[in-house]
Ligand binder design. Sequence first.
Ligand SMILES: [Fe+2]
Ligand SMILES: [Fe+2]
Length: 210
Amino acid sequence: MTPLEIQHHKELYMDYCRQYIHREGLEKLLNYLEHTDFFEAPSSTRFHLNTRGGLCRHCLNVFETALSINKNILLPKQQSGESIFAEPIEEESIAVAALFHDVCKCNIYKEAEKWRKDANNKWESYKAYEVADDFPFGHGEKSCYIVSHYIRLLKDELLAIRWHMGMYDVGEGGTPNRSSFYAATEMSPLVVLLQLADMAASHWLEETFK
Ligand SMILES: [Fe+2]
Ligand SMILES: [Fe+2]
């Protein structure tokens, strides 16, 4: 991503936050993010948008995708009385959940020199990212913790951010985690909305750089 694109994404991110979120502490949270590598960090080491500026672009993609799924699928079904969840989701909550779900990825990706074989079977070095997390508190859990320090999160937002990895996050935690995850999906439509939008953005929209 070019510096100009990174700057444009940062401005769009700030605009979305200020347009959709009206909550005490927002400016402090944005100020915190500006003092981390949030706007320059990649979105992952080896998968979607593993490139400079990828994390912010990913959060924009998740937000835009979540708004679209809500507007085109969930909301019409709620309006026609066909959804299990009668109450529409506030767009502010969609913004909070989507734009801040991966705040846990700030300051954890470091550039490193790696080695691989080229087409002629010769070793060549290349630059890639690796993880060095000084607060390994869990993925969604860490985002909840950091964001809660600045703004008050509603129960639905906490559940959505905590469980945004869905079944990928159940892992060795097994049955208790699985039960909690399912219970969360039954409590709030935002849980599945965020998870869907995260998957769709990552797998439909975001390139992986080799
Ligand atoms: Fe995530
Ligand atoms: Fe994500």
